[in-house]
Design a protein. Structure first.
Length: 118
């Protein structure tokens, strides 16, 4: 099992920035990739970005949106998501996920709320 705990959410004004953290514990060695998702009220959960746990490859849902940056610190077993130029439309619960294989996400955190005021 892998446990994931997100932190770093909160209430921010539009135009501001946040860095979300996801601390992983448990069977870390089984992780192939880590990712961030979000779910806004009334909407489906959507993929934002992913990163290889061993290696440096990153993947973004929309590479043209450079407001999101995923990074990791393997020594701290932590993955980060930096969000710049926050917009009210970014208001959502942000989830961290870990995948052991390519086509599925096996573990999820409890989510952290991000609220952007206009």
């Amino acid at each position: 099992q892998v446990q994931l705990v997100e932190s770093g959410g909160g209430l921010v004004q539009a135009g501001g920035s946040l860095r979300l953290s996801c601390a992983a514990s448990g069977r870390i060695f089984s992780i192939n990739r880590m990712g961030w998702f979000r779910q806004a009220p009334g909407k489906e959960r959507e993929f934002i970005a992913a990163i290889r746990w061993r290696g440096r490859d990153t993947y973004y849902a929309d590479p043209s949106k450079d407001r999101f940056t995923i990074s990791k610190d393997n020594a701290e077993n932590t993955v980060y998501l930096e969000i710049n130029s926050l917009e009210p439309e970014d208001t959502a619960v942000y989830y961290c996920a870990a995948g052991q294989y390519e086509l599925r996400w096996d573990y999820w955190g409890q989510g952290t709320q991000v609220t952007v005021s206009s």
